[in-house]
Design a protein around this ligand. Structure first.
Ligand code: ADP
Ligand code: MG
Length: 253
């Protein structure tokens, strides 16, 4: 586990981040909190509509230790994607904290938050968000390269396991939804993130391909101690995770 964690870049952290961020890693107390890799703490989020603001998340708290897996379920529109976007640092909550290794993402400025996201968090978007101007191979390697840890052997393994070898030279717009989804998953796995957040990652896949995706996500968790949070409607996928939580009425039920 120790060597795997080093591969993830922990040892580089103090060199890369401004001192203020490194200090904030030590701003919490207690061993229990030390053990938590990702801590979502009392998150609220509302969106404006014509009538005013619609509350979506109304005090969501969740913790994930390294190597833990969690399934997030909930009806359509219950706020699952919103919670994942906030957990990834992509979107800011109205109130509450998102701590990664004790660093509160919500308190960082945009560039520090972007750096932390790039290095430590991978998000598989529900709508894939591939980069249209890059071919499949470049899309897959994209975040890993930015994070400075493109591991070609690792990338080859993932690409083969997800059946993407025939598509490496193709561009996203020429792929089916299911193929694009696999590329998005490969991109996230290739980056060897500390936290993998996947938004309905098997939604467009047949049963066998979904199984391959699940196997690769679990492999990442086993090999690197990543924490995994998966939004899913699949009882099968949910059943494979350590924990299952349900979002309803803006809170975890
Ligand atoms: N950027 C946004 N602007 C306005 N409303 C939004 C935005 N994002 C999400 N919502 C609203 O928040 C609610 C939850 O959306 P979402 O998180 O996508 O739900 P889920 O992923 O569970 O289907 C929905 O009512 C949606 O319309
Ligand atoms: Mg969603």
């Amino acid at each position: 586990m120790v060597s795997a964690r080093l591969q993830l870049g922990n040892s580089r952290r103090s060199d890369q981040f401004p001192l203020s961020i490194v200090r904030s890693c030590h701003s919490f107390e207690g061993n229990e909190r030390d053990a938590m890799l990702l801590e979502i703490d009392a998150i609220t989020k509302s969106f404006p509509d014509s009538e005013g603001r619609v509350p979506v998340l109304q005090g969501v708290s969740l913790g994930l230790e390294a190597g833990q897996t969690l399934a997030l379920t909930g009806d359509s529109g219950s706020g699952k994607s919103t919670l994942l976007h906030i957990a990834s640092g992509l979107e800011q909550p109205d109130t509450g904290a998102v701590r990664l290794d004790g660093t509160d993402l919500t308190q960082l400025d945009d560039s520090a938050r972007a750096l932390l996201r790039r290095n430590d968090i991978a998000l598989v978007f529900q709508q894939f968000n591939l980069i249209p101007s890059l071919n499949v191979a470049a899309n897959i390697a994209f975040q890993a390269r930015l994070a400075g840890r493109a591991d070609n052997a690792h990338i080859k393994t993932i690409t083969a396991a997800l059946g993407l070898d025939p598509y490496l030279g193709k561009y996203p717009e020429t792929l089916s939804g299911g193929q694009q989804q696999r590329v998005a998953i490969a991109r996230a796995l290739a980056a060897k993130p500390k936290v993998l957040l996947a938004d309905e990652p098997t939604g467009n896949l047949d049963e066998n391909t979904a199984e391959d995706v699940l196997a690769q996500m679990m492999e990442l968790v086993a090999q690197t101690g990543a924490a995994l949070m998966v939004v899913t409607h699949s009882p099968h996928v949910a059943g494979r995770m350590d924990r299952q939580v349900h979002l309803r009425g803006g809170v975890i039920g």
